[in-house]
Design a protein around this ligand. Structure first.
Ligand SMILES: [Zn+2]
Length: 334
């Protein structure tokens, strides 16, 4: 079968012909129908990210995967061939170590993928594979940031910095949980317009000299209850801290690899603000989102920027890397 394999030592992605994997005990094999291309795939290729637990030097990329059940190993019960499913983006071992699919073991940029049974999640018949595959990670990471880390409550004033991929979903999800107003903060005009279509009540340019006044006006002078940094850059953190409300919290969902500075502790303490680190999501978040999609509360149709054949994975990576067309998600189809 065809597979997009990362050779870690020399950081090259190669489209290769490999054997179809056999499901072992406790595993399900799926025929892949769609697999997302994430910025972290780009970072694995450019060397910014390195697999922590990969045995050997080569891995099939792809942690956002959906398809149909194809075969199962011994002692696996309750699955039907042809059943529509998505795969969780990773699995936890007994000691709690998290192994990421397509990073620490073979993922879904391939015609077939095997998965531990408890990481296979059934999806509704009317949820397209392209939309289902991005739920783990691209949608579940912002969902976990909104609901768990940020603990966003209905009626709270919120803003999202960086509405490219994950941040665009954050805007949609904040709308879903009843936050108001939802403010998108983004330098690219096209992305601001798209955020408005996805449900942002206002979209601001962070470079606008009237930025702070605009936020205060939109929030009745209060400032933000929750600010989300999906851009992962220092100026965003600095700006967000200037517009936090009393008991406001800043959720860091993007990674900058830089120190985070609080300009002065006195307003931070006096207003009892908080800085919260966020990473990834749990399996329950993916299940909640599938349930919301089943109940038609979540429409991801606008998130699929383009679909490319699996053989064009390198082209997809190039487009994500250069942000050509400012995609929310590009999808590979075997
Ligand atoms: Zn990802």
């Amino acid at each position: 079968m065809l597979a997009g394999r990362l050779h870690v030592a020399d950081r090259v992605l190669r489209m290769e012909s490999v054997r179809v994997p056999e499901p072992e005990r406790g595993q399900v094999r799926i025929r892949v129908e769609a697999a997302g291309v994430c910025l972290s795939d780009v970072h694995l290729i450019d060397g910014t990210l390195t697999p922590l637990y990969l045995p050997g030097d080569v891995v099939t990329l792809g942690h956002e995967v959906a398809g149909v059940v194809d075969a199962f190993g011994d002692d696996v019960e309750g699955w039907e061939p042809g059943q529509r499913v998505l795969l969780q983006a990773g699995e936890r071992d007994r000691r709690g170590t998290v192994f990421t699919r397509g990073v620490d073991y073979d993922g879904g940029w391939a015609e077939y993928a095997v998965a531990r049974e408890d990481t296979v999640v059934p999806i509704p018949d009317d949820l397209p594979f392209e939309q289902a595959c991005i739920i783990p990670d691209a949608v579940s990471t912002p969902w976990a940031a909104v609901t768990d880390t940020g603990r966003t409550r209905p009626g709270e004033a919120v803003a999202v910095w960086g509405v490219g991929g994950l941040g665009a979903h954050a805007v949609q999800l904040l709308r879903l949980v009843g936050a108001a107003p939802v403010i998108a903060v983004e330098p690219l005009a096209a992305a601001r317009d798209r955020a408005t279509v996805l449900g942002a009540d206002a979209a601001l340019d962070p470079a606008d000299p009237g930025f702070r006044d605009a936020v205060l006006e939109l929030t009745g002078g209060r400032g933000l209850d929750v600010a989300f940094d999906f851009a992962g850059v220092t100026p965003v953190r600095e700006q967000a801290l200037t517009v936090l409300a009393r008991r406001g919290r800043l959720v860091l969902a993007g990674i900058a690899n830089k120190p985070v500075t609080i300009a002065s502790d006195s307003p931070f303490n006096y207003f009892q603000q908080a800085l919260l680190g966020h990473y990834g999501s749990e399996s329950e978040h993916v299940e909640q989102l599938v349930s919301l999609a089943r109940q038609k509360r979540l429409d991801l149709s606008a998130s699929i920027s383009d679909v490319l054949p699996l053989g064009e994975a390198e082209e997809a990576v190039r487009r994500v890397h250069t942000k050509e067309g400012n995609p929310i998600r590009l999808i590979l189809r075997p």
